[in-house]
Design a protein around this ligand. Structure first.
Ligand code: AMP
Ligand code: GLY
Length: 424
């Protein structure tokens, strides 16, 4: 089977790595990929969906897997499906679960799926009246995609009203913010749960935890994610069951029932409040860096899993996971997340790296090959993933590898997985 992965980050590298391990996959393509993906396959520099579909036809590529949300919300799946090409990801309609917060919140309300109390509005007055009924802090969200920045947690009622006004005027996020959601603040801990869906059936992956803040102890600005680990002990059997029964299943059934079956990765961003799961958001793709810690836990060949999911045949597959833990530590560039950094050459100590071979590996993200040298050119440069029989062992392996990776200005958190380890 020939497989193409759309995207260029660490998530796509991790998917590529998992496909690479699958003997049933003969060749991997990345569109566009990054400076390190040629280690696993071939980069294809095409972004137009129709041209990409032409290429897939010409090369006889059997399956396309879409990593990021932008092409999904942009309708890449619709273009491929119209042409009879097999692709894993939701179509444009189903991708609104991520593309529109209002669509998502109203969907949850229609299906009685637990979420924070909210209103959707374009009226400053209506928002303001609702804010007066809530206790601070108060959450204000832009409707559209804002690259993860469209959520304001206001600590006072006045701050919330100011955020509303800035969004509705278009000043804060342009078009994406001219419709908003205002909601109550949920106080608990966050959990990411991923389900691979084929429109009707789903497979829930081990729960992961992301670390969104830049600095240790969850301080500093929000980022795309500075590290993740899975499975997390923060989700026990009973909680998994609630998440499946109250959130994942009604969502998959609800989408199918409304005539927009969900195919692809359903990423439920949850807040657990007193043991009860609430849906904060849906994404329609793998999280990054969550994907980097989930892919190595797959025992089932990745190509087979994605192929069955894209063919509506998940029920034919018994999906298995290895009985191990994975911890991923993001190494970011000096000025992340504020501004670009100078390109810096990446050096990995070969000897130690080889010794760590089946205990730790690197998933490359913001890297470019320049004159034969692998350079750090993006914000999140790479992820050091450690594996082990315990979270501690996995974390130690990840940090051991971090110590072997060098580039000017490198930064990473030193406490990834701390919530899982603080009691041990
Ligand atoms: P979202 O993009 O909706 O997931 O929001 C981004 C982040 O804002 C989440 O990961 C949470 O940390 C936080 N957040 C969003 N909504 C709420 C809420 N209702 N209560 C508490 N925190 C929230
Ligand atoms: N790590 C969170 C995300 O990918 O949205």
């Amino acid at each position: 089977m020939k497989v193409m992965v759309v995207g260029s980050g660490g998530r796509e590298y991790a998917i590529g790595r998992a496909l690479h391990r699958d003997n049933g996959v003969e060749k991997i393509y990345f569109a566009p990929g990054n400076g390190a993906t040629p280690q696993l396959g071939e980069n294809v520099d095409i972004s137009d969906y129709n041209e990409l579909a032409d290429y897939v036809e010409k090369e006889g590529i059997d399956l396309t897997i879409v990593g990021p949300e932008a092409p999904l919300v942009g309708g890449i799946v619709d273009v491929f499906k119209e042409r009879g090409l097999k692709i894993f990801g939701p179509d444009k309609k189903a991708a609104r679960l991520e593309g529109s917060k209002i669509f998502m919140k109203n969907f949850l309300a229609r299906h009685n799926i637990p979420t924070a109390r909210y209103i959707e509005t374009s009226s400053e007055k209506e928002a303001s009246d609702f804010i007066d009924t809530l206790r601070a802090p108060i959450v204000v969200k832009a409707d559209g995609l804002c690259a993860g920045k469209g959520v304001i947690i206001a600590s006072t009622h006045d701050d919330a009203k100011r955020a509303v006004s800035e969004m509705l005027s278009g000043k804060a996020f342009g078009e994406a913010g001219t419709k908003i959601v205002v909601e109550e603040f949920l106080d608990g801990y966050e959990l990411s749960v991923f389900a691979i869906c084929d429109g009707r059936d789903y497979v829930i992956l081990p729960a992961a935890q992301d670390h969104k803040r830049l600095l240790d102890n969850d301080e500093g600005p929000n980022t795309g994610g500075m590290g993740a680990y899975a499975p997390t002990p923060l989700a026990d059997e009973a909680l998994y069951k609630k998440i499946e029964e109250r959130i994942i299943r009604p969502t998959v059934e609800g989408m199918a029932g409304e005539g927009m079956p969900f195919e692809g990765v359903l990423f439920a961003g949850l807040m657990i409040v007193n043991g009860e799961p609430y849906t904060l958001e849906f994404n329609v793709r793998f999280g990054d860096p969550e994907c980097e810690v989930l892919m190595p836990l797959l025992k089932t060949p990745a190509g087979e899993l994605f192929d069955k999911a894209a063919s509506g045949k998940l029920s034919e597959l018994e999906v298995e996971f290895v009985d191990r833990y994975a911890v991923g530590v993001v190494m970011a560039s000096k000025n992340y997340p504020y501004k670009k950094s100078e390109p810096a050459e990446i050096i990995v100590d070969k000897i130690v790296h080889t010794e760590l071979a089946d205990k730790a590996h690197i998933d490359y993200a913001g890297v470019t090959l320049i004159d034969g040298k692998l350079m750090a050119t993006g914000g999140r440069v790479l992820v050091c993933v450690g594996l082990g029989d315990s979270i501690k062992e996995a974390r130690d392996n990840a940090y051991m590898l971090c110590g072997q990776v060098h580039f000017a200005g490198k930064r990473c958190r030193s406490d990834i997985a701390y919530q899982a380890l603080q009691d041990s």
